[in-house]
Every structure is written in C-alpha cells, then in structure tokens.
Ligand binder design. Structure first.
Ligand SMILES: [Zn+2]
Length: 411
C-alpha cells in the first residue's frame, strides 16, 4: 500500500516537473522570438464573459437542481447537450446508487471526515483558524423563504433515494492520451433558490473551459476530463462514486492496441465550487458589503493533511502563476485547508486542489457568503463584478491547464 502510493507520488511528481520544463521552454521561446504568440494566451482570450454568465443563467432554469429530482436529471441532460454542442462529443455518464443516511438538518458536520481534521477547539473545517467577525451560516430548508412562487414550485419536488447520474467529456491528449487532469464542478444544489453561485458558477466555468478546449485548432499533449459532479451537497457522493468505480481502471488501454484509454491515469484534480462572491468579512451587525470588494481574489486551496499535499501544493502554485499571467482583473491566493468539496475524495489518491471565491473553512464557514445554501442564491442576486470573479477563475484554470496539459495550436 505504502510502496504503491509512493510510486504513484513520484510519477505524479515527474509529471509536475515536466510541467515546469514545458513552462520554461515556452518562456524561452517567447523571449527568443517575440513574434511567436503564446498559444495559452490565445486560448484564454477565447473565454467569453457573456457565455459564462449565460451558462449560469441556463443552469438556473432547473432551480436548485437538488439531487434525486427531475429538475436535477433535466439539468444533467442539458449540460450533456451543451458539452456536445461545443464539440466535446465523447460524453459519458457515471451511474451510482444514493441512499441517504439520517443526519441533522443544520448543515453542520455534513460529510464528516471528508477532509482534514479540525486541529483545535477553534479550528475551522479543513483545519484553519477562524479570525474576526463571524456571521450565521446554515442550510435553508424553508420553502416559504423563497418569495418567488414559480421558483418555489420548481424547487418543491423532494429528493427520492436511488439511481443517480453525472456527466463528463474528455479532451484527448495527442502525445499522452493515457494521462489526464480532471477538472470538476458540482451541478447539484440546495436551499430553495437557483444554486446560481453554489455551484452554477463552478459548473458554468467547467463548461466554458470544455468549449474552449474543444476548438478544432486546439490540441493538448495530455488529456483533460471535464466532469460535473452530482450529490456534492449530500457529502460528495458523486465524486466518491467516481473514485470507487474508476480508480482501478487508470491507464489501461482498452481494447489492447487501440490507443484508447477509457480512464487515463490521473495526474491531478481541480475542483471549482462557489466562484463569484467575495464581498469581504461580515460587518459587526452581521451584514455584508453590497459590492464585490476591489481586493477580491480567487482562492486556490490544497489540503495540507492529505497524502499528496506536497504535489497538490505544486499544482496550486501552477494555477496561481497562471493567474498572474492570464487573469485580467483579480489575483489568486493559495491556502492549505481545502475541504468540503469534490476534490476531497481525490486528495489521498492524486494531487487535488479546489478553486473558490473564498477559503472554505475560515471565510465561507465564517459567513462571508450570505447566499450560501439560501433562497437568495439566484442569478439576479449577482452583479457583473461578481460574475467577473468567476470569469477570472476560468482564466486562471485555463491558463494553468494550458501549461499542465501542454496546449498548442494546430498549424
Ligand atoms: Zn458547493
């Protein structure tokens, strides 16, 4: 067990050191011939702010997309149709069974043990130390908190235990089709709203990346899988099902000699969850600033207590560096307390990071997002400055993936 995980660790490390070689050779090429355009910059430039917003809007037509409902299944169908329309035509689905276990309804302690342990009496989820003013958090389970009667009706069908599906498509690498990065967001939500931010904003980002990477003239050395998890809100059950079903299939050519790899070897996992709202710390009275704070940032987290912490950290810095180079408005910050999202089930298997509007444990957990799991998580709640933060996260991840997967333009 120990030996094999070390072997995996060192080969993942090799892949990551390959990255810096690619980055350096790219840089050298750029300085020796200034006329050579940076293909990653060209690809990032194809991200479209209005399309990003339209993706969020499109997802909100299915209300909160709670798992185990028709509105959730309809959203999976819609996402799959969008992916195909971008040219990411090799869509597939994971099917699994979900049987809920009884738990409290406060939203606290959900998915216990998903990530790093709390380190002390005041430690936040994921292990950080909460600072400053804290506002109330929780999950809205009150239908009447939704004043819009039409949306309330749309969100009213209750979840039923049983079969679930989640969809993915894959950009096939040209020189290493047997290795891939996994890029995810979760498409399910809760709270009697539209789950616009949590996690329409992350799902929309992954969809927009899938669109750009599917351009016929873009190629990558390594493969990239775009996946929209289901059942995150019940405790990352959809991503856990993926790891359980597919971990052992990694790197196998099927059929032999075909050059096809149904499950390329995992090089890293990058999750996107709540991308838009960074209005700062709550005020003394528990309210939040109305506007995105000018110093808003994209928060990239790894889990310092995970088996792959060292390589996950490197992965985080690749994205932070890409943010410096390719994001137009907002900077990135790296933190060590990734928790409570679909990268958790991967963190002891492969380098895994999450990308968010705020640190999950000490900031979102301290009430920095008043719309989190609330009826106010609506498309109309957010302004362009909010959407712009999610868009900058898209630029950040696309830039990072361009380096990691070896993006080039076909001549
Ligand atoms: Zn979420």
């Amino acid at each position: 067990m120990r030996v094999s995980s070390l072997a995996i660790a060192s080969s993942a490390l090799l892949a990551l050191s390959g990255i810096s070689a690619i980055a350096q050779s790219g840089r050298a090429a750029a300085t020796s011939a200034d006329s050579t355009p940076d293909p990653i910059k060209i690809a990032v430039g194809r991200l479209d702010f209005e399309r990003y917003k339209a993706n969020v809007k499109g997802l909100t037509q299915f209300g909160d997309r709670r798992q185990g409902t028709k509105r959730n299944r309809d959203a999976v169908d819609w996402i799959e149709a969008q992916l195909k329309s971008y040219g990411c035509t090799n869509t597939e689905r994971i099917t699994y069974d979900y049987q809920p276990v009884p738990r409290d309804t406060t939203g606290r302690g959900r998915g216990g043990g998903r990530a790093g342990a709390r380190t002390g009496p005041r430690a936040a989820q994921g292990g950080g130390t909460p600072r400053g003013i804290r506002a109330r958090t929780g999950v809205n389970n009150d239908s009447l908190a939704q004043p819009d009667a039409k949306l309330r009706a749309l969100d009213s069908e209750p979840s039923v235990p049983g079969k679930r599906q989640e969809v993915y498509c894959t950009k096939i690498g040209t020189t290493h089709p047997d290795e891939m990065y996994i890029v995810g967001g979760h498409m399910d939500g809760i709270g009697w709203g539209e789950a616009a931010n949590d996690d329409g904003s992350g799902t929309a980002l992954v969809m927009e990346l899938a669109r750009v990477f599917s351009s016929p003239d873009i190629q990558t050395d390594r493969s990239i899988r775009f996946i929209l998890w289901n059942n995150e809100e019940t405790g990352t059950n959809g991503s856990r099902a993926y790891v359980q079903q597919r971990q052992a299939l990694q790197g196998k050519e099927e059929p032999a000699g075909s050059g096809k790899y149904p499950e390329p070897k995992w090089l890293g996992m990058i999750q996107h969850d709540m991308m838009m709202f960074d209005h700062g710390m709550p005020h003394e009275d528990g309210t939040l600033s109305k506007e995105q704070r000018p110093e808003a940032d994209v928060n990239i987290e790894f889990q310092v207590a995970s088996k792959f912490a060292a390589d996950a950290q490197k992965l985080a810095w690749v994205l932070a560096t890409a943010n410096d180079k390719y994001a137009t408005d907002y900077p990135a910050a790296v933190g060590q307390h990734m928790t409570n999202t679909d990268s958790g089930p991967f963190q002891d298997v492969v380098p895994a990071i999450s990308v968010r509007e705020n640190d999950r444990g000490t900031q979102i957990g301290n009430g920095w997002d008043p719309h989190w799991h609330q009826a106010t998580d609506l498309f109309a709640t957010f302004t362009d400055k909010d959407f712009r933060l999610g868009f900058n996260a898209a630029q950040t991840t696309l830039g990072g993936l361009g380096v990691l997967a070896g993006l080039s333009l076909k001549k």
